[in-house]
Design a protein around this ligand. Structure first.
Ligand code: ACO
Length: 329
């Protein structure tokens, strides 16, 4: 008889760099104000990595906490899925560097490039791999050092982003529950809304573009905003349908923390009341792939959610990509 396997999150961890950049600091750098940033985005401060710190460093710190929380050893991990758009290098993958430094000697690894949806993409893959009896302990990481691809002279973007990592151990169990369902989607025809145009093989970095801003993240803010609400609403309803649940069953909604108005607007559209919506954007800004696992780890460690609670994760990001997951903790 084939025993059904379920994919449970058994430990989470997160890490942010020490250095904090406040809205008041940004007032000294570009033509902006604390009032504009707070009312338009909800962000008050963000954490910024120092020059020598990169995505693998943040990932390792977050992963060690997740491994400890799960009560396993690094050698028990058989797969590492790492979502990021800010890898340490083009080659090798950041997941390889993390695997080595963690001592995850039995793990296969890969990076996932899905921008802010990277963690939810990873979680969805982890669920499938665990349920298919391929893997027993999957480390899923969402990490960014967006500060390194931010144009600090562009007020349209530099006020929005922060650096962070979040991680979760997805474990195979015969106990029903865990990650109940997921949904992934994309629309590459909207790639131009959020992109870095130089530094790949289409436009390599050379003397002609090194200083013209093309190696930094550019965004059509208002268009991204509209698509964010539309796609996250769709993703939330779709995963509810797939899991035969309704909005009333959700104990906590953790959406990608891009803008407080996007989060509140999405929650209203899917009928999740404000007290069930997790918001920490004021502390960290938009940390892309790290935002959902960072918030999930905070919610667990502060007791905002407990074992048995139903949590809706919903994300969107550059690509465009979007997705969702419903997890019974
Ligand atoms: N300080 C002061 N004024 C500013 C700033 C700033 N930092 N940035 C823009 N402005 C100005 C604009 O120039 C504009 O001035 P104008 O009216 O004279 O032309 C005015 O403020 C309004 O600008 P809008 O862009 O229309 O402002 P909006 O209310 O749309 O807010 C924002 C902009 C915050 C970027 C919003 O559109 C947004 O959050 N978009 C979504 C961003 C997002 O979710 N990104 C996620 C993906 S990130 C990833 O994948 C890595």
């Amino acid at each position: 008889m084939v025993v059904k396997r379920y994919a449970h999150i058994i430990g989470t961890g997160s890490y942010v760099p020490e250095k904090i950049l406040t809205n008041f600091d940004l007032e000294q750098m570009v033509d902006t104000s604390d009032e504009w940033i707070t009312t338009r985005t909800g962000i008050k401060r963000r954490h910024i990595a120092s020059k020598e710190v990169c995505s693998s460093d943040l990932s390792i710190a977050a992963s060690r906490k997740a491994i400890a929380a799960a009560g396993i050893k690094a050698s028990d991990i058989d797969l590492i899925l790492l979502g990021t758009v800010t890898p340490d290098f083009p080659v090798p993958s950041t997941a390889c560097i993390v695997q080595d430094k963690l001592g995850a000697v039995n793990a296969g690894v890969m990076d996932i490039v899905a921008a802010c949806s990277g963690f939810v993409y990873g979680l969805s893959l982890a669920k499938a791999m665990v349920e298919a009896s391929q893997y027993n302990n999957v480390l899923v990481i969402g990490v960014e050092t967006l500060s390194k691809i931010t144009n600090w002279e562009d007020r349209n973007t530099c006020v929005l982003f922060g650096d962070a990592a979040g991680a979760a151990i997805v474990h195979a169990s015969e106990k029903p529950g865990g990650i109940l369902g997921t949904y992934l989607k994309s629309d590459g025809s909207l790639a131009h809304l959020l992109s870095i145009t130089a530094g790949g093989t289409r436009v390599p970095i050379d003397a002609s573009n090194v200083n013209n801003g093309d190696r930094y993240l550019k965004m059509a803010g208002p268009e991204v905003y509209k698509n964010a609400v539309r796609t996250m609403t769709e993703a939330a309803f779709e995963v509810l349908k797939r899991t035969n649940l309704s909005s009333a069953d959700i104990d906590l909604m953790i959406s990608h923390q891009a803008n407080i108005r996007i989060i509140e607007s999405t929650a209203r559209k899917i009928n999740v009341p404000p007290e069930k919506v997790y918001i920490n954007i004021q502390e960290y800004g938009n940390t892309s792939a790290a935002s959902i696992p960072l918030a999930l780890d905070e919610a667990i460690r502060t007791g905002r959610v407990k074992s048995g609670d139903i949590v809706l994760l919903v994300a969107f990001g550059g690509g465009l990509t979007w997705g969702s997951a419903i997890v019974e903790l």
